[in-house]
Design a protein around this ligand. Sequence first.
Ligand code: NSS
Length: 431
Amino acid sequence: MYKTFYIKDVLQCREGSEVELIGWVRSKRRHGKLIFIDLRDSTGVMQVAVKQGIADESSFVKALEVGLESAIKVRGVVKRDPRAPEGVELHCNRLEILSESLDDFPIRKGVGLKFLLDNRHLHLRSPKVTTIMKIRANLMDIARRWLKENGFIEVNCPTFITAAVEGGATLFKVDYFGRVAYLTQSVQFYQEAAIYSLEKVYSLQPSFRAELSRTRRHLTEFWHLEVEMAYAELNDIMKVIEELIYAIVNGLSRESEKELRDLGRVVKPEIAEPPYPKIRYSEALDILQQKGVNISWGDDFGADEERILSKEFEKPFFVTHYPRETKAFYHMPDPGNPSVCLNADLLAPGGYGEIVGGGQRIHDYNLLVERIKENGLNVEDYKWYVDLRRYGSVPHSGFGLGIERMLWWLLQLPHIRSACLFPRTPTRVYP
Ligand code: NSS
């Protein structure tokens, strides 16, 4: 049973063509001798009219009895009808049940969020989830294309690691044949090793954070698009970030226009057109204090602070030069003021907050060793990473973009988990 014909193809067919479709029964309504079936496949939904007398009798009975989400095959004639969802209807003359649903399909209106999450394996069939997943796939594809066109080479890095990149508090421990290993929080250090041969690299793979924060923007497993670039300094990497974000937004506004419309979203490229405003941590702190937030120099920004701050902006914006104690040890201290570092976080406007974290790395051997010690870490745990600074070390910078965070913002989703096929949060590893 090799399927070559999809609902989207029927929309292109001439009135009167006879076609055969395979899909699932999304919904059903009966008006006397006429049964309407909404047939669903990966490309859309088609209204199928099964009329007694036009369809053969056995097909009409099957249409009457078939349960929701059963897999069926229908043959019929294409008719234009402005009342049908896509303006096209199929007048069925034969219906075959390929696989009957064994029970009533449990996903119904009003079942509640917990039920939907517990039954995510079935909820995935909803048009909304399907649409989000298509946009997600396009987003990754557009990002990859842009990176390739701009000379970045894709590398695939390990998931099992031995030392923290972004602080020990959020490491997932794994028993690695009796030794302790962790799940990666970021592949940055491996990319830093790769720039000495490939110069401009990127990876698209999962990162893990044992983050107990139950916010609308935290996952324990997320897809991380990370980029690293030799010879790049802070301003260079901010330019790459801006251009990549713009390429994604611009690309989606064209290539996912229909899906965005189906979700009721209008995404205009202008919302992400560079250049982006750039403010320093100290300026961000002033804004927050003026808004009455109780925060002082040296405090990191959490979800609440970023929400308040990002409501002040209409475009994505950079916050740079954070106090060095708020950032991981690898960030380059600003030579002009070593109490801050040359980092760049990109925050999405309208209350969303951080979608990209990155900046310039320390490339000097002694400074890196000093910063590791200053953070109370063991230099021996970072032996190979420090070793990179012994042989032809050059200035370099990079960043990580959270794919789900980006979708959360662009699609204005109520919770980041809606951007995942099967979300992982502190309270959810099933299904
Ligand atoms: O911790 S980050 O800010 N930075 C890094 O991991 C760097 N080592 C990346 C790099 O420079 N190569 O995380 C980067 C982004 C952040 O801006 C979010 O978009 C996303 O990764 N992120 C998350 N998304 C969802 N859930 C959680 N818990 C999460 N943590 C980070």
